[in-house]
Design a binder for this molecule. Structure first.
Ligand SMILES: NC(=O)c1ccc[n+]([C@@H]2O[C@H](COP(=O)([O-])OP(=O)(O)OC[C@H]3O[C@@H](n4cnc5c(N)ncnc54)[C@H](O)[C@@H]3O)[C@@H](O)[C@H]2O)c1
Length: 327
């Protein structure tokens, strides 16, 4: 299998959950890794996420919205994982201009910097299942209509289109991934605006009940962050992925209530409570979501390896040990 050995890798948003997990894998494969992260307080940037590799990566505290910085930073890399982002769909609806600023304008700055200073670097953009919004059928393939239910989804779709445009117009090798529901170690645990599974782990570890809206039968595709990071690297290294977009999930749908029960099982004594749907949440409820991952597996051979039960077990163990770094 191809690896990142000796590759020069830049990870924007690399102090966050997904970026730092890619950094750990890339360092293990022998890559030279640089991380650029603005460490914005609302998101998951945490230097503790780099524990064990901190002395093997270069860290730049900086913002992708800074054009001069991006032109200075862009040269010299073979691969750029473009993960910096406003991550909360909830906040995107209350502060749409911030979402526009980071998820659209910021990414245009990255693309412009690469066009001017490093047009050969392959770029991977982190999009989201939220581009599909209201789901019409399952499993969801990449041809599913875009019924966006949030500003976040609309801007992620625009981001994908920017990356594709720079591929078609200027020949930049770009690829986008539509990520399902990620979870695992290294995610922020400060708030529940994104990453509900991790938030349930926090509640359980604090001895609080897990509240499930409605019957909890809505199905989700939860992907463990190490599987997700390996999938991003596999797409980066696979020829023929340029200009394309791929779903990145497990291809397995789990009812929300079952996920909550697995968390409760991993933290004995946790109560799972069912209540009515609050009105504001109902609006963004997308329906069941299950990724069709046949395109990514066909092009890269990648497959998820960690079961939900095992991933939850590892996540609970991580936060039991390191909660003071995340609470
Ligand atoms: N977590 C999810 O549920 C999810 C789902 C689908 C897609 N994604 C996308 O994957 C990417 C990584 O998300 P994550 O889960 O690791 O979240 P995270 O919050 O852990 O990481 C995001 C990182 O981006 C950094 N960042 C934000 N704005 C920046 C800017 N302007 N310049 C430089 N750095 C900036 C933050 O400081 C943070 O470290 C994001 O683009 C996100 O939208 C996340």
């Amino acid at each position: 299998m191809q690896t990142l050995k000796d590759a020069r890798v830049l990870i924007t948003g690399g102090a966050g959950m997904i970026g730092s997990t890619i950094a750990h894998l890339a360092v293990a494969q022998g890559a030279q890794v640089t991380i650029l992260d603005a460490m914005l307080p609302l998101y998951g940037g945490n230097l503790f996420n780099l524990r064990g590799i901190a002395d093997q990566v270069r860290f730049i505290q900086g913002d992708i919205r800074d054009p001069e910085l991006m032109v200075r930073v862009a040269p010299g890399y073979d691969y750029i994982f473009s993960l910096a982002g406003q991550v909360s769909y909830v906040d995107s609806n209350t502060d749409p201009l911030l979402d526009l600023d980071i998820n659209c304008k910021g990414h245009l700055q990255v693309l412009e910097a690469c066009r001017r200073a490093n047009p050969r670097a392959k770029l991977l953009f982190a999009s989201s299942r939220f581009v599909y919004g209201r789901i019409e059928y399952n499993p969801v393939d990449e041809g599913h209509p875009f019924n966006c239910l949030s500003i976040y989804g609309i801007h992620k779709l625009a981001g994908e289109k920017y990356y594709r445009f720079y591929n078609e117009a200027y020949g930049l090798p770009t690829v986008s991934v539509r990520i399902a529901n990620p979870y695992g170690p290294r995610q922020q645990m400060k708030h529940s605006k994104y990453g509900i599974l991790n938030w349930f782990v926090r509640l359980a570890l604090e001895g609080q009940p897990l509240t499930v809206f409605g019957d909890g039968q809505q199905r989700r595709d939860y992907i463990y962050n190490e599987d997700l990071a390996a999938g991003c690297i596999a797409l980066m290294l696979s020829p023929g992925t340029e200009g394309q977009v791929y779903n990145l999930g497990t291809g397995l749908a789990v009812p929300f209530i079952e996920m909550a029960r697995l968390v409760a099982e991993a933290v004995p004594g946790t109560e799972v409570r069912q209540v009515e749907w609050p009105q504001d949440r109902y609006f963004v409820e997308t329906g069941d979501y299950l990724s069709d991952i046949s395109r990514i597996t066909a092009v890269s051979g990648w497959r998820p390896r960690i079961t939900l039960k095992e991933g939850i077990k590892r996540t609970v163990a991580y936060y039991r040990e390191h909660r003071q770094e995340y609470w």
